[in-house]
Design a protein around this ligand. Structure first.
Ligand code: E4P
Length: 225
């Protein structure tokens, strides 16, 4: 299982890295634009410095034609590093770009995936990750769990070197469903991740354990015994 952060906010990234078992980070043009940084590549390098090279970093292209996507991929590589996953929408032009980049040794993440066939084609073209948009599928009355399951089965049966990274989450249940459907990774905004702990039962049980302990050991913790 892999947990990725879906944000480009440096404060959020620092805070989340301190707490959560983070394997990587995804951005898209909307997420980047939210930070209002004109020094785009500096922002990417600052994010990479926080992540380190051991975590995956997925950066999305903005052009919609294959040539433009390839030029942007080169620019990202040159200004950040060669490990970056070039996040490429799985349109017809995107699929063409995914094939070319994969053959040239780029790490590629297919994104904007709403249907099983999009995911399967991107995997066949060489994408290493497939970003399946869970909540956006639901909004379109698409059975997201079915798409996740079918894509996971297709990857497994063909033994492709490719992982599903579930994306576009609006609830924690969507995240847990995705793992149950066979996703290997999920990406979500830190504020959504925090809601997993917005459950008063967690605090209550911790308080009750402490109360029982204090009855015998007072204010001494295990390290003071
Ligand atoms: C990440 O890879 C996706 O671009 C992102 O999760 C999309 O999220 P949204 O549907 O909330 O915009």
């Amino acid at each position: 299982m892999e947990l990725l952060l879906d944000t480009a906010n440096l404060d959020q990234i620092r805070e989340a890295l301190d707490i959560y078992p983070v394997s990587g980070l995804t951005t898209n043009p909307s997420i980047i634009a939210k930070e209002r940084r004109s020094d785009y590549f500096s922002l990417l390098r600052e994010i990479r410095a926080l992540l380190g090279r051991e975590r995956t970093f997925h950066v999305q292209v903005t052009r919609t034609d294959c040539e433009g996507m390839l030029r942007e991929a080169e620019a990202i590589r040159k200004n950040v590093d060669e490990d970056v996953y070039i996040k490429t929408p799985v349109s017809k032009e995107g699929l063409k770009a995914i094939g070319i980049m994969s053959r040239e040794g780029f790490n590629v993440t297919g994104t904007g995936i709403y249907t099983t066939i999009q995911g399967e084609l991107a995997a066949m073209a060489g994408a290493k990750y497939l970003a399946l948009y869970y909540n956006r599928m639901l909004n379109l009355d698409i059975d997201a769990d079915k798409v996740f399951r079918e894509t996971a089965q297709a990857i497994a049966s063909s033994r492709l070197d490719c992982k599903i990274v579930g994306a576009s989450y609006k609830s924690i249940m969507q995240v847990t469903n995705s793992f149950a459907d066979g996703a290997q990774a999920v990406t979500l905004p830190p504020e959504l991740l925090d809601t997993a702990f917005a459950n008063p039962s967690i605090e209550l049980c911790v308080r009750n354990f402490g109360r029982d302990w204090e009855k015998v050991y007072g204010d001494k913790g295990i390290a003071e015994l």
